[in-house]
Write a protein that binds this ligand. Structure first.
Ligand code: GDP
Length: 483
């Protein structure tokens, strides 16, 4: 049955690709990244930049050459997937000057771009239909589960939870599990308590130490529509060989398998495998802020993420889905928290973090690039005299409740801060040394700013949002499709 549905699915993908190929005009762009990486802000800024005139996008050639006639939203074609609430997010950013609600589940948006092809034999009007798919990066971490039995996954997860950094966070769950009789008949109450303690451990690893962000199951961290659902009522147990029917272990095993079959597999098959291009947003600054262990963990996460793109090419999973992604962009977000002198350094750090993953790019069959950007630039730059010195500063409106040197902000007053410099040698960031900041400036704990004061566009209606290097990202992701 599942083989048959896979075949039907393959046929649908092929039909879809043929249709796209004939018209030459469809592109499905995946936008992902771990929670708070900046997905919602990026998609909102992308749509706003393309639909409003007056955004400065010099590197995005179709726009700077004046070949984009009109870009407009169209009804989202997949009825089973929620629409990305772009209007709400634009209103939040431009009218309320607050950051929009972050991604919690998959959503989609269709943007149609009417453009002129470059002069030549193919010159003339054309249309690109861009489907943007927003989904939590946590869900990509589930891919390895497809190749693992319940017993294997249990063993690995229990072992990982014994590591010194994790053990204190896992203590309650491990203590509870140690007292369980896994062969005893299952009761829903025990299964629920066990899953609850396990989920708390995974979430605590995530919030207390950014470094421990990468353990599946992804839906335990970002449940989407499964919030509170019995599909998530399972946890690893120590399994000694035989699993007795009707036992707690058997119940957990059945739920684990059902999570794979009904949650993980459909996501990869129906959504991930249909993407043509992918941007992976990475909050490098927060990792730097948390220290070298966090940075190294982020490096592992990047490798894991790329594993998902490779899987369909090389492993047993290729019978399940075959990604067709031909371009992947890794983007360090929130570059507006740094002076422009550090933007290239941020990019260099992300390049080092993704180097291992990129070295395997040939297996992936995709072109990969790295960028530092701010989809929405909340700050501007200034030089501030400090005694006899002139220091590079950034100026913005701190969010209400933010404090600098004990002074609280109300969301109206502006402040200049000295963000410090990133190290010239990107490898220093991994070692945790060389993170020399402006004297007395403390650490990388950046103040969070409100979105910028909106500016009216040429047509007087739409609002232009300032950005850093968004045009470069657009050129890499869409440029050739609009040539
Ligand atoms: P998501 O969870 O990946 O959807 O993350 P969001 O797009 O909601 O971003 C999380 C938070 O990061 C936002 O609420 C902002 O505070 C901040 N942020 C995201 N992008 C930018 C940016 O370009 N500049 C600045 N200054 N902050 C950003």
């Amino acid at each position: 049955m599942s083989f048959l549905s896979d075949l039907v699915f393959e046929a649908r993908v092929t039909a879809q690709s043929v249709a796209d190929y004939v018209s030459g005009n469809g592109l499905r762009l995946g936008v992902t990244g771990l929670s708070r990486a900046g997905k919602t802000v990026f998609i909102t800024a992308l749509v706003q930049a393309l639909t409003s005139r007056g955004t400065r996008l010099p590197v995005f050639r179709a726009e700077s050459e004046g070949r984009i006639g009109r870009a407009y939203l169209q009804p989202q074609p997949d009825d089973a997937v929620p629409r990305f609430a772009v209007e709400d997010h634009v209103r939040a950013l431009t009218v309320e000057r607050s950051w929009p609600d972050s991604t919690r589940r998959i959503s989609e948006l269709r943007l149609t771009i009417d453009y002129e092809r470059q002069a030549g034999w193919r010159g003339g009007p054309s249309t690109l239909t861009l489907d943007i798919v927003d989904y939590p990066g946590e869900w990509l971490l589930d891919l390895p589960l497809l190749g693992k039995s319940y017993a294997q996954w249990s063993q690995e997860t229990l072992e990982a939870s014994a590591a010194p950094a994790r053990a204190p966070l896992a203590a309650d769950w491990r203590g509870f599990t140690a007292l369980l009789h896994t062969d005893a008949p299952a009761t829903e109450e025990v299964a629920r308590q066990c899953a609850d303690l396990f989920t708390r451990y995974l979430r605590a690893s995530r919030t207390e130490l950014y470094a421990l962000s990468t353990l599946p199951p992804g839906r335990f961290l970002m449940p989407g529509d499964l919030e509170g659902s019995p599909a998530l009522t399972f946890a690893p147990l120590p399994i000694a060989g035989y699993i007795a029917p009707g036992s707690l272990a058997a119940t957990m095993e059945r739920r684990y398998e059902s999570y794979k079959a009904h949650v993980v597999k459909p996501f990869f098959r129906d959504h991930f495998a249909r993407l043509d291009r992918q941007i992976v947003l990475v909050d490098v600054l927060t990792a730097l802020n948390s220290g070298p262990a966090a940075v190294r963990d982020l490096q592992d996460a990047m490798t894991d993420v790329l594993q998902a793109y490779r899987a369909g090419r090389s492993s047993l999973l290729s019978t399940l889905f075959r990604p067709r992604i031909d371009r992947i962009l890794f983007a360090a977000t929130k570059a507006d928290h740094l002076h422009h002198t550090s933007h290239d350094r941020l990019e260099a750090i992300l390049r080092v973090l993704t180097a291992r993953a990129i070295a395997k790019a040939e297996d992936v069959g995709a072109t990969i690039d790295v960028i530092a950007l701010a989809a929405v630039r909340a700050t501007r730059e200034a030089s501030v005299k400090h005694g006899s010195e002139v220091l590079d500063a950034i100026v913005g409106t701190p969010l209400p409740g933010e404090t600098i040197d004990g002074i609280g902000f109300d969301g109206l007053a502006e402040a200049a801060i000295f963000p410090g410099e990133l190290p010239a040698d990107p490898k220093a960031a991994l070692r945790g040394d060389g993170l020399a900041l402006g004297e007395g400036e403390g650490d990388y704990r950046f103040v969070r700013f409100r979105p910028p004061l909106p500016e009216a566009a040429l047509d007087g209606q739409l609002t232009v949002l300032p950005h850093i290097r968004l045009d470069r990202a657009l050129q890499f992701l869409l440029g050739d499709k609009l040539a």
